[in-house]
Design a protein. Structure first.
Length: 506
């Protein structure tokens, strides 16, 4: 698991036997002395990130316990072996352990043992992106959790379920579950688990476009990660969450620093994810990071991240080259029953049809997208709405276009939503121009879009729209009601006219 699956409370003790002495006990001792030595060895191996060794020792321990007719403790040992094999990304070994656990179904009767095993297997399934299986097994684990179960155990199970639910795009539901998990974890004072929950909550807040809150959670997690908790895998997760939060908040330098600290020390999947993040924030080396991530994803058959990278590349590629690649990604996603990737690819596919001027083709693609698959991922939801309005305007369906664009303008004026709000106002200005010409309302709506672009710092697009506005006015022999020469004047003009854009929103 992402924290030590053997014990959260053991620490360094000068009176503990050395490793050689423990190996001697494993070889020569019997009974509890032997099993305790095996447990201590596996704990040390795990703490030193020797995950395969720790897993093998737990499997040996399970064999010994089965010989001693202690099936319940043997099942717990198999749960620990599952967690360690997962950290080593040895998925075949996870399944071999699962087969052995099945043989204990009529021998092990401890609710605690089955809770631990199902919890471990659920998390392993989650890590290999088998979300449906993961949710089934974490619900099995929860069914074995007694009402009087400890805060620690309840926090762990809820944290796992929240993390799994998040993979279905249900970020708000997942956040509610994690809030409960954090309550129990704080009550139990299990610092590593608190850290993991906070890191996961930060990643969810990024999806929900709560960048500042994400930074707060991730920074608290980092603060709690003292030298008392040395596990590299947990440190890497915290650094990844913190870097992602900084990236979402626009703090690119800090994001690069966090990602660079961990990129070379991770297993393949996490390494690819981190290099993708670096391609998004280390702008001077963006192409290099993306290329390295692409090669590693292709060589390791990491299809979900390879699809993600190909979608990103297609966004920067001319339509005639991008469309065949995106069609392939859609087909591959359908084959793997990955609805989220399928519809993410279709978003870019619709954009490419728009770039070619094939607005009917874009509408056809958009009509095959199920926006429900985006869940609470507000970036994808807003992108879908903006694209749909653009296509509707071009195909002449101004009634639906106006309704959706108006919804965009009414989003909460937080930094993360400003680009979507700006697009909504610009789209309304286009609709107004088509229906009533260059009216005062058209001018107000266009100015509103430009002002929101100024607030979010999208100055290149702002300059293009200012030029378009001036060109349209000049072409029709009109003048602005008054000359607006600076961004500050634009902001002041909008504040004076536009409700909802007063001092509270500024």
């Amino acid at each position: 698991m992402s924290f030590d699956p053997f014990s959260h409370n053991h620490g360094d003790d000068d009176d503990e036997p050395g490793e050689n002495e423990l190996w001697e006990l494993v070889a020569t001792a019997t009974g509890s002395m032997r099993t305790n030595a095996m447990i201590m060895l596996s704990q040390r191996m795990y703490g030193e990130s020797r995950y395969s060794d720790a897993a093998s020792m737990q499997e040996r321990l399970a064999e010994v316990l089965i010989e001693e007719d202690n099936a319940d403790d043997a099942l717990i040992a198999l749960a620990r072996a599952t967690g360690a094999w997962m950290e080593a990304e040895e998925w075949d070994n996870v399944e071999e352990v699962a087969a052995r656990a099945t043989t204990l179904e009529d021998k092990a009767f401890s609710a605690e043992a089955w809770r631990d095993y199902y919890s471990s297997y659920a998390w392993a399934a989650h890590q290999r992106r088998a979300a449906v299986v993961a949710l089934e097994y974490i619900d099995r684990a929860l069914s074995y959790a007694d009402e009087q179960d400890s805060d620690h155990n309840r926090a762990q199970l809820l944290w796992q379920k929240g993390s799994i639910v998040a993979t279905f795009g249900r970020a708000r539901e997942a956040m509610d579950i994690l809030d409960r998990a954090l309550f129990h974890a704080r009550a139990a004072s299990v610092i590593p688990l608190i850290v993991d929950i906070l890191a996961e909550m930060a990643l969810l807040d990024i999806q929900l476009l709560n960048a500042d809150r994400a930074v707060t959670s991730a920074e608290e997690a980092q603060t709690l990660m003292t030298d008392t908790y040395p596990w590299l895998s947990l440190r890497h997760r915290v650094a990844y969450a913190l870097g992602s939060a900084y990236l979402a908040a626009g703090r690119l330098g800090e994001a690069v620093s966090e990602f660079e600290n961990i990129v070379g020390q991770q297993p393949s999947y996490q390494k690819i994810r981190t290099m993708i993040r670096l391609s998004e924030c280390d702008l001077a080396k963006s192409e290099s990071w993306e290329s390295r991530a692409y090669i590693l994803a292709r060589n390791t058959n990491t299809w979900d991240l390879l699809n993600h990278l190909e979608i990103n590349r297609a966004m920067k590629t001319p339509p005639m080259l991008a469309i065949p690649v995106l069609d392939t990604v859609v087909s591959r996603a359908v084959e793997y029953d990955d609805d989220v990737t399928r519809d993410a690819a279709r978003l870019v596919l619709a954009r490419k049809y728009m770039e070619m001027g094939d607005f009917g083709g874009a509408m056809d693609v958009l009509s095959r997208i199920s926006a429900a698959n985006f869940g609470d991922d507000m970036i994808k939801v807003i992108t879908y709405l903006v694209l749909r309005v653009d296509a509707l305007i071009e195909t002449g369906d101004l009634v639906e276009a106006r309704a959706i664009a108006t919804t965009l303008t009414r989003l909460d004026a937080r930094r993360e939503f400003l680009s979507g709000i700006a697009e909504g106002f610009w789209q309304l200005s286009l609709i107004e121009n088509q229906t009533n010409g260059q009216s005062l309302e058209w001018e107000r709506l266009a100015h509103s879009s430009i002002a929101y672009l100024a607030r979010v710092g999208e100055y290149d697009l702002l300059a293009k729209r200012v030029e378009l506005l001036r060109a349209n006015v000049a072409e029709n022999g009109k003048t602005f009601r008054r000359s607006l020469e600076t961004v500050d004047e634009l902001l002041a003009d909008i504040r004076s006219e536009s409700t909802g854009f007063g001092e509270a929103a500024a």
